[in-house]
Design a protein around this ligand. Structure first.
Ligand SMILES: [Zn+2]
Ligand SMILES: [Zn+2]
Length: 649
């Protein structure tokens, strides 16, 4: 008997019963068979060695697929546990999942000490086991068998896990002498794991419950090549230097205060300067693109969010409602959309007025667990560069195109050379999960696809990633360290206009429901600034640098003249300050370089006499930043010109 296996390119291979994905990979090419880590069969990730049981669609997953990587890391967690068990007899294993950058295993060491000093020994043991070429063998066990196995090992954690599993649905995986309760899938063989690094350990409560025992979470990462691990570690070092939380402090951009509250950033003068420049930049782009500015309050009536559906989504876990003595309930605004819908409704609308593009830098608040908060990327209050475009169905595509133009302009402007656009569509096999007619969905998805095509975007299509109320286009940039960040998003929405009974009078004199497009090219001001800091390492575009020039007198005698130079820069719109410390000028230059101040103007005897300054550009390396001694007018003009150039794409 034969099965028909359909490959992603549409070609079909007929294979004998008992054949596996690995057999198919081998029949395609030896290289592919070596690179393949797991297989996706009819949408489910399985081992390469699992025989086909019917005709199927097959994708072979490599290191470049998220699921391939996860399988690699999860299998590595087994090997790590095996290594630790070998060195620490009697430890109790619990769970070991893959995570975004590696994997962990939560282990009860039962009083045995496991610390940094032991990492190298365990890594050595890990590689020894991996190299021995262990295969991961799947075995179905009965619930009774599984319970007996772990009861004999006094492992109450696994017993608790087994309790929650249905009999007939339990599998053990054997690799070498190691056995673990696991659903799989795994690699075919451990020998593809060539490099490992235990990163750190942390305390973790069993099942995240602080009343349960504290386990040791061992974080590690593994790779198919040693050079991949080396590069990963190098990038981590670099990422530390570029951490926006660190740069935010060094450059005095923002701070957090426990007294104000967790996850609520406080913008310092320099950071505020930067934010205002960013806002001004986008406001101007939006003005040219026909957006109209609006301002709405930070709170809204609970009923407003019941109408919008946000009460259901954010109400329970959100901040508690604010009660007034008049029996009203208000919520901190989690989204700006409902407010903008009410602005739309402020007067009757005609088809001639559409599209109506309302834009606001709208601050919203959402509850996040304190443990989830992270610098500016995960906060409890943030400002969205929000806009809602209300348009007719026949305008969706052209509106989408102009939003794409705006997003692309911004991505290029800020030096992101590499990005992907993801078309998030509904799951065609699960249509009941979404609202709106088939016709509307098809029209909207086609409009997005066509807009992307017209703009020459290379997109990936993700089925089932749409919101329940409409498809969207997400922009994901890669930063200088190759990390991916989701920035702008553009979303078509048929739901809110209905919920809010929005209408316009069409050319047929009949009422119609407009379509709503939500879009935020930055995502949020906080997130965008974080990404920009990490991408640039704090070397911000000149026009955005909170401090653009520092005047460095070579001794106190020239401080007065230095003040005049600062005044001249200031009058020309250049943000400048004077370094009037009694330090040697070399020290002042070094400090200005460290603070990433783009321009330095050194003044001494000669410069004062000629009413000029020695101009230096930051970051050009020893002896390369010198732009010469110029008259004050020339120096100011040079700085201004460079700033203007930095605004060109
Ligand atoms: Zn497993
Ligand atoms: Zn919105």
């Amino acid at each position: 008997m034969n099965y028909n296996i359909t490959l992603p390119d549409g070609s079909v291979r007929s294979v004998a019963a008992g054949s596996t994905p690995l057999d198919v990979a081998t029949s395609i090419s030896r290289g592919l068979a070596e690179r393949a880590l797991a297989a996706r069969v009819d949408g489910t990730v399985v081992e390469l060695t699992r025989p086909f049981s019917a005709d199927a669609r097959l994708e072979l997953l490599t290191w470049d697929d998220t699921d391939g990587k996860s399988t690699f890391w999860h299998s590595s967690a087994h090997v790590l546990a095996e290594a630790i068990e070998a060195e620490y007899p009697g430890v109790k294993l619990t769970i070991g999942p893959p995570i975004e950058n590696g994997f962990y295993y939560d282990i009860d060491f039962g009083g045995q000490v496991f610390s940094q000093a032991d990492f190298a020994r365990i890594e050595k043991k890990f590689l020894e086991l991996a190299r021995s070429g262990e295969t991961f063998e799947r075995r179905s066990v009965t619930k009774a068998e599984a319970i007996a196995f772990y009861a004999a090992r006094n492992n109450e954690y696994k017993l608790e896990l087994i309790e929650g599993l249905a009999d007939g649905d339990i599998t053990f995986y054997h690799s070498g002498n190691f056995v673990d309760l696991c659903r799989g899938p795994h690699l075919a063989n451990s020998k593809v794991i060539k490099a490992v690094k235990i990163m750190n350990t942390a305390g973790a409560y069993w099942r995240g419950d602080e009343k349960r025992p504290m386990l040791t979470r061992v974080y590690a990462v593994s790779f198919p090549k040693q050079s991949d691990l080396d590069e990963h570690l190098k990038n981590l070092e670099e990422a530390k230097k570029r951490d926006h939380r660190r740069l935010g402090q060094e450059l005095e951009l923002f701070t957090f205060s426990e007294a104000v509250g967790k996850g609520l950033p406080l913008w310092l003068p320099k950071g505020t300067q930067m934010r205002e420049d960013l806002e001004r930049f986008l406001r101007e782009l939006q003005r040219k693109a026909g957006y109209l500015p609006v301002i709405t309050p930070h709170i809204g009536h609970r009923k407003l969010y019941e109408t919008s559906g946000h009460w259901d989504k954010y109400g329970k876990d959100s901040f508690q409602p604010i009660n007034t003595p008049e029996d009203e309930q208000f919520m901190l605004k989690p989204m700006n959309c409902p407010h903008h819908c009410e602005i739309y409704k402020s007067k009757p609308r005609s088809y001639r007025e559409l599209p109506l593009r309302l834009a606001e830098f709208g601050t919203v608040y959402r509850y996040e667990q304190s443990g989830e908060l992270h610098g500016l990327t995960r906060v409890r209050g943030f400002t969205v560069d929000d806009s809602h475009i209300f348009c007719r169905p026949d305008q969706v595509q052209s509106e989408f195109e102009s939003v794409v133009d705006l997003v692309l302009y911004i991505i290029r402007m800020f030096g992101f050379k590499d990005f992907t656009a993801q078309e998030s569509r509904r799951d065609p096999e699960n249509k009941q999960k979404y609202i709106g007619s088939d016709e509307m969905w098809e029209q909207a998805e086609a409009a997005i696809a066509q807009a992307a095509k017209t703009k020459g975007l290379k997109t990936v299509v993700e089925l089932g990633e749409a919101a329940f109320y409409g498809p969207k286009l997400d922009f994901i940039v890669r930063d200088a360290l190759g990390r991916r960040w989701q920035l702008g998003t553009v979303q078509v929405d048929y739901n809110l206009p209905k919920r809010f009974n929005l209408e316009y009078i069409g050319s047929d004199n009949q009422p119609h429901t407009p379509v709503m497009i939500h879009r935020a090219p930055f995502g949020s001001m906080e997130r965008f600034i974080a990404v920009l800091l990490e991408h640039t390492g704090g070397e911000l575009p000149l026009w955005l640098a909170p401090l653009q020039a520092r005047v460095l007198p070579i001794s106190d005698r020239f401080n007065d003249y230095g003040r005049e130079v600062v005044a001249a820069l200031d009058a020309a719109g250049v943000r400048a300050e004077l370094d009037e410390r009694s330090e040697k000028v070399n020290r002042k230059i070094r400090d200005a370089e460290l603070a990433k101040v783009p321009f330095m103007l050194v003044v001494g005897e000669k410069e004062q006499a000629m009413r000029g300054a020695a101009l230096r550009r930051h970051g050009q390396g020893e002896g390369h930043g010198d732009l010469g001694t110029l008259s004050l007018d020339e120096a100011v003009a040079t700085v201004r010109q460079r700033i203007a150039e930095s605004l060109e794409v």
